[in-house]
Design a protein. Structure first.
Length: 133
């Protein structure tokens, strides 16, 4: 019985670690949450970047080369980004809430490599990464 209990505890610890580190095998929501530093390496490598804030927010500051589609319009404008359906897509908003919603919309529409930047543009700016304008 003690062996079984230890096995359950170890399995629980491994699952928790996998969820906390963003292991894609254990992402129940269908997309992967990534840190701002990991997001920077993706962006710097040329990953398609989607800003799901409002156009007014985008005009104030955004990640260079990011495409802006407000999360409230994403479902109706999904055709604009279908070319990226099976490519990495880095999604962000201001703090990470709207981007999680957008990631769900993308996954529901068959997108397979979706990454949600935790902390949003606020974390990006706090890390000292570049923005436009």
């Amino acid at each position: 019985m003690k062996y079984f209990q230890r096995t359950i505890v170890v399995a629980g610890i491994l699952l928790t670690c996998a969820l906390l580190t963003g292991c894609p095998l254990f992402q129940p929501q269908g997309y992967t949450d990534v840190s701002v530093s990991y997001a920077y390496t993706m962006w710097d490598g040329g990953t398609f970047t989607l800003d799901v804030r409002t156009p007014a927010e985008y005009a104030i500051a955004h990640i260079p080369s990011a495409t802006n589609i407000d999360v409230n319009e994403l479902q109706t404008r999904i055709g604009e980004i279908m070319a990226y359906q099976h490519q990495d897509i880095l999604v962000y908003c201001g703090s990470g809430v709207r981007s999680a919603q957008a990631c769900e919309i993308l996954v529901d529409n068959g997108f397979t490599q979706v990454y949600n930047m935790l902390g949003g543009l606020n974390a990006w700016i706090n890390a000292g990464y570049p923005t436009d304008p």
